[in-house]
Design a protein around this ligand. Structure first.
Ligand code: PA5
Length: 441
C-alpha cells in the first residue's frame, strides 16, 4: 500500500532509542485511553471510527447535490471558520491547480467566506458574485459563530436579490447541528437542504463529515478515495502496538520527546506551495488541541524554498527553540525540465535535463542537513504523492496522532475554552444583548 511513513534519519543526534523506549509506555497508554474512550473530552471521539462508520447515504446525497448544482454554477462559496472550513480548503488547495480559476473553468471554483470580517474582502467578493453564477454552503457546528453568521446574512441577501427567494433557497446548503443553533433554525424555516455534523465530532476533527466532504466533492474531487485513504490509515493506527510500525504513534512520541527537551515550537515545512492550507489545518488541529493549561508545542509553518529567503536565517541561526517536521512528497504530478541555453548567461546550464522536482528535492535534502547541523531536529513525514487517497491518510494520521499526543501531554485535546475570551470582549464592544455593563478583560 502507498502509505505515509516517518523518517528519523535527521533526528539521530537529538532523539535516541532510549528516549523512545522511555516514552513508549506513556504513548501506548494515551492510545489506549483514546480507544477505550475513557479520557478527557471523550464525548468528542466520533472522528475515531468515522471513516469506517461513514453513512453511505450521506456520501450519495452529497454527490447528488454536486450533480444538481455544479452544471449551473461557476463558483461555490463555502462559508465557515476554523474547523468548519480549513479541512476542506486544505484538501481542495492541495489538489487544484495554482491557477485553477483560469485553467479549470468547468469545475465550480470554490471561494471562501465567513473566515474573516474584512469589509474589503466582502465588497470584492460581492462584486465577483454579481458576475458569476453561484451557490453557497454555510457551515457551522454551533450555528452561532459570528463571522460565518455575518457572512451568511450578506450572501443570503445577495442570493435572494439575484435569484429570488425560492431559487436562492435551492442554492444554499446548510451543514450544522442536528437540533440546535441559529443556523439550524434558519435552515429549517427556509427549507434549505441540510447536512448534520455529528454531536460527537468537534470542529477541527470534522473534515471527513459533510463539513469537508461537501465542498471537496463540489470542487470535483473524489471523496470515496479520500475516505478510503482515511480508512486504510485508521487500520494502521488501530492495528499496530509497536511505535516503530505505527506512524501516528511514532509522530506523537517524537514530538513529545522533543518538547520535553525544550523544543517548544514545531515548524511544519513543505516544499510544495499547494500544501500551505494543509499546514493551516494542521495548525488549528494541534494548536487548539494542545495549547492550554500553559502547555503545548506552538505549531508554526513554513513553505520552502520560498520562506528560506525570509525565515531561513532564523531557523539556521536564531534561538534554538524549534524542531521541524518536513512533509516530503515522493512523486510530483507533473514534469518540467530545465531547457538548454547556448549563452548560459545565468550560469545554470549545469541543471539542464534535470526536472524541477529533482532540484526541489535536492533543496529539501540540503535544507534538512543544514538545519540539522544548525541545531534544529528534523523529522520527516514521507508522503508518496498528493492525491485524494493520500490526503485521506494524512488527515486521519494527523488526527490520531493529535489525540494521542494531547493525552500524552496531559490535556483535554478535544475542547477549546480559550477561544471564548475574544468573543466575549467583541460582544461587549459591539453591544450584543446580554453583555451590557460587562467588563473587558
Ligand atoms: O475546532 C473547533 O471546534 C473550532 O475552531 C470551530 O471549528 C470554529 O470555532 C468554528 O465553529 P462553528 O463550526 O461552531 O462555527
Amino acid at each position: 500500500m502507498n502509505t505515509i511513513k516517518i523518517d528519523k534519519q535527521h533526528l539521530a543526534q537529538y532523539v535516541s532509542a532510549a528516549d523512545i523506549n522511555e516514552i513508549s509506555a506513556e504513548i501506548l497508554a494515551a492510545r489506549n485511553t483514546l480507544l477505550a474512550g475513557n479520557g478527557k473530552g471523550n464525548d468528542f471521539l466520533g472522528w475515531v471510527n468515522l471513516p469506517e462508520e461513514q453513512d453511505a447515504a450521506i456520501v450519495e446525497s452529497i454527490k447528488a447535490d454536486v450533480a444538481r448544482l455544479s452544471p449551473k454554477i461557476s463558483l461555490f462559496v463555502v462559508v465557515g471558520i476554523g474547523g468548519s472550513y480549513l479541512g476542506a480548503r486544505a484538501v481542495i488547495e492541495a489538489l487544484q491547480s495554482e491557477f485553477a480559476h483560469s485553467v479549470e473553468p468547468r469545475r465550480p471554483y470554490v471561494v471562501y467566506a465567513g473566515h474573516t470580517l474584512s469589509e474589503d474582502y466582502y465588497s470584492q467578493l460581492l462584486q465577483l458574485l454579481d458576475r458569476e453564477d453561484y451557490a453557497v454552503a454555510v457551515i457551522s457546528k454551533s450555528g452561532t459563530t459570528t463571522e460565518p453568521a455575518v457572512a451568511f446574512r450578506i450572501l443570503k441577501a445577495h442570493l435572494e436579490n439575484k435569484y429570488g427567494k425560492a431559487e436562492a433557497a435551492s442554492r444554499i446548503i446548510a451543514v450544522t447541528d442536528a437540533r440546535r443553533g441559529a443556523l439550524h433554525d434558519i435552515a429549517v424555516k427556509e427549507g434549505y437542504p441540510m447536512y448534520v455534523i455529528p454531536d460527537n465530532v468537534g470542529g477541527r476533527f470534522s473534515v471527513l463529515t459533510p463539513v469537508g466532504l461537501l465542498p471537496i466533492a463540489m470542487a470535483g474531487y473524489d471523496i470515496d478515495a479520500l475516505l478510503q485513504g482515511a480508512r486504510d490509515m485508521r487500520r494502521i493506527c488501530m492495528e499496530s502496538d509497536s511505535i516503530a510500525d505505527n506512524p501516528a504513534l511514532e509522530y506523537a512520541a517524537l514530538r513529545n520527546i522533543l518538547y520535553r527537551k525544550g523544543k517548544k515550537v514545531e515548524m511544519l515545512v513543505n516544499f510544495l506551495p499547494n500544501l500551505k492550507y494543509i499546514s493551516e489545518w494542521w495548525k488549528q488541529l494541534y494548536g487548539e488541541s494542545e495549547g492550554k493549561e500553559g502547555k503545548g508545542i506552538l505549531p508554526h509553518s513554513l513553505s520552502f524554498t520560498t520562506d528560506l529567503h525570509s525565515m531561513g536565517q532564523y531557523v539556521q541561526q536564531g534561538e534554538r527553540l524549534m524542531f521541524e517536521t518536513f512533509i516530503s512528497v515522493d512523486k510530483p504530478s507533473s514534469k518540467v525540465e530545465i531547457p538548454f541555453d547556448e549563452q548560459n548567461l545565468d550560469g545554470i546550464n549545469y541543471l539542464v535535463g534535470k526536472t524541477l522536482d529533482e532540484i526541489n528535492h535536492n533543496a529539501e535534502l540540503g535544507t534538512m542537513i543544514a538545519h540539522r547541523g544548525g541545531g534544529v531536529p528534523v523529522l520527516k513525514i514521507q508522503v508518496p504523492k498528493v492525491d485524494e487517497y493520500v490526503l485521506g491518510q494524512m488527515i486521519y494520521f494527523f488526527e490520531f496522532a493529535c489525540g494521542v499526543s494531547g493525552y500524552t501531554l496531559g490535556v483535554n485535546p478535544f475542547d477549546q475554552p480559550g477561544v471564548e475570551a475574544y468573543k466575549k470582549n467583541m460582544f461587549i464592544l459591539l453591544g450584543k444583548p446580554g453583555y451590557e455593563g460587562q467588563q473587558l478583560q
